[in-house]
Design a protein around this ligand. Structure first.
Ligand SMILES: Nc1ncnc2c1ncn2[C@@H]1O[C@H](COP(=O)(O)OP(=O)(O)O)[C@@H](O)[C@H]1O
Ligand SMILES: [Mg+2]
Length: 132
């Protein structure tokens, strides 16, 4: 099993590198190309959100084992402003910043498991798993 990998997201360079790191991690574990791409895209969206809404945060990648075999868990954490209305944030095309509003709902669709926890004024935590 691959060790966990922690990606610090503080700037454009980190956000650009995050999906590449995720792809490499998925390949190391033996993920096929399509699910690797989904994990990388999810990481990219979460990194972009961290940068845009919270300025900085962390994304951790870990290998998990379940009844379906191996999977990759993504955990994105920040201590930014949090989300006032998480239900709205999960709706397609909802954006507080005038962008596409497809990031979080897209991550949910691409991954097999998804959870969003956010407390206004405290921060946001997204967890998602893709099974191999
Ligand atoms: N890490 C975060 N911290 C605070 N708010 C967030 C965060 N991630 C997402 N949001 C909120 O959820 C909304 C939807 O996010 P998303 O689906 O990625 O669309 P977009 O980034 O295009 O607005 C954002 O507009 C923002 O209001
Ligand atoms: Mg987004």
């Amino acid at each position: 099993m691959s060790a966990k990998r922690r990606l610090t997201i503080r700037g454009e360079t980190d956000a650009g590198r995050a999906p590449l790191e995720a792809t490499r991690y998925a390949m190391e574990i033996g993920f096929a190309e399509t699910p690797s791409r989904m994990v990388a895209t999810a990481v990219s969206e979460l990194a972009r959100n961290i940068l845009k809404y919270a300025q900085s945060g962390e994304i951790e990648l870990r290998t998990v084992e379940g009844s379906r075999g191996l999977g990759i868990e993504i955990e994105a954490v920040d201590y930014g402003p949090g989300i006032e209305d998480p239900e709205a944030a999960m709706r397609d095309h909802y954006s507080s910043s005038g962008t596409l509003g497809l990031g979080l709902p897209g991550v949910k669709r691409m991954m097999d498991e998804f959870s969003l926890e956010s407390t206004p004024g405290e921060g946001t935590r997204v967890r998602a798993i893709k099974w191999m």
